[in-house]
Design a protein around this ligand. Structure first.
Ligand code: SF4
Length: 404
């Protein structure tokens, strides 16, 4: 059976990351595509509530906690990271206890969000700012952009700089541009390595799938800006490159290569991964795992480059710009079909609501499939129906290939 042995190291890296919170450092909370490097430059340990949301999803505990958030006014139809995270807090429980030995989620000294991904994070983080009586600061970049121009970048730079006084006050440290440059350099190094890791899946058979990627992306989300993340991705890349040169992949031979758009269905990762592999299909690339590639980072120009990188991300772009991303990925990864996960509670990271799949098929000739589900709330996912849809889709692709 195919294995990525660096997964053992991943457990250790994530465990060590969480252990650091129990040593009572200054802690900043941050959105997953937020200004983590700036926060780290002040010496904060950075905690990412979305990572906690994903853990609530993978452990399938989210559905137990969502009702508690609904009871205090959060709709069951908004982001299930938000509702399950708030619900778990209100229930005074966390999977961090069983998995990493933390009694509670880390208490913040400062909360920072970036609405480049969605406005939900502002409401979510504001809830905790009230609960912990903790200062909160936000970046609000222009959204749904065709292109990221000078005016947008200028605005975001200004907003980055405006959060500095709050960082100084909460950390007790003065802003140090050289430290910011150092952190950014490490972050860039890690993000480029992560990009290379994902790109090994251009090979057939691919040594890593979307499902593996959702696990191995842990350090690029929570530890970017550290040497630990750089070292981790060096090790992972080395292993995957070795697999490629020995022609070893998740499948011996791939009959079909797919692209996954949208959020993972955290509570059904294993089931879906097995389903595709049983059908000799590799899901080789995704919008999701690509979200943590920030190749614009430049330590010589730290504010401008972080403003560009965090505003240019896929989720913050117009459908016109997203179409170009898709076309490039399809060519780069030799894709036979695209699956769009239409996530019930994440409107922002679902791209099947305004005809994009149909337009993509029109422009590329590739078949697309929309499956309904959710990132954490498994009540919105019908397993039987989805399996039938996916298997029919794979037959359709096979049928099309037979006529080529
Ligand atoms: S992008 Fe979606 S899943 Fe992520 S925080 Fe926003 S609404 Fe939730």
């Amino acid at each position: 059976m195919y294995k990525i042995s660096t997964t053992q190291l991943l457990r250790k890296v994530m465990h060590n990351y969480f252990q650091r919170f129990s040593q009572s450092p200054k802690i900043a909370w941050c959105t997953s595509v937020g200004p983590a490097e700036l926060l780290r430059s002040f010496g904060f340990e950075v905690y990412f509530p979305e990572n906690h949301g994903a853990l609530l999803g993978t452990t399938r505990q989210a559905v137990d906690y969502i009702p508690a958030a609904v009871k205090c006014g959060y709709s069951g139809h908004v982001c299930s990271y938000t509702t399950s995270d708030i619900g778990a807090y209100l229930s005074d429980e966390t999977p961090l206890k069983t998995h990493y030995g933390l009694e509670k989620i880390p208490k913040p000294d400062l909360i920072v969000y970036n609405t480049n991904q969605c406005r939900e994070v502002e409401d979510w983080f504001t809830f905790f700012s009230r609960q912990f009586n903790c200062p909160i600061a936000g970046i609000h970049p222009p959204r749904y952009l065709d292109d990221v121009g000078e005016a947008e970048v200028e605005l975001v730079i200004k907003q980055f700089k405006q959060i500095i006084p709050a960082c100084e006050q909460a950390s007790g440290n003065k802003f140090d541009i050289d430290r910011f440059r150092e952190v950014l350099k490490l972050s860039k190094e890690a993000t480029i390595l992560w990009q290379k890791v994902l790109q090994t899946a251009k090979a057939s058979p691919a040594p890593i799938t979307f499902f593996d990627g959702t696990i191995h992306m842990g350090p690029i989300v929570v530890l970017r800006g550290t040497q630990v993340a750089v070292d981790y991705y060096k090790t992972l890349l080395e292993e995957l490159e070795d697999h490629v040169s020995n022609n070893i992949g998740c499948l011996k031979e791939e009959e079909c290569r797919l692209f996954w758009d949208g959020m993972p269905i955290w509570g059904r990762l294993r089931m879906l991964s097995d389903l595709f592999l049983q059908n000799n299909t590799a899901v080789v690339a995704s919008t999701y795992c690509n979200s943590w590639i920030f190749d614009d980072f430049d330590e010589n120009n730290p504010f401008e480059s972080t403003a560009i990188a965090y505003t240019k991300i896929f989720i913050n772009r117009s459908e016109k710009a997203k179409m170009e991303f898709f076309k490039r990925w399809i060519l780069d990864y030799g894709i036979d079909g695209v699956i769009f996960h239409d996530s019930k509670t994440c409107f922002n990271n679902s791209n099947a609501k305004f005809g994009l799949p149909q337009r993509l098929t029109g422009e590329t000739g590739l078949p697309t499939l929309v499956i309904e589900g959710d990132l954490c709330d498994t009540r919105f996912f019908s397993e039987g129906q989805s399996i039938t849809k996916i298997e029919t889709f794979l037959e359709q692709i096979e049928g099309q290939k037979a006529y080529l």
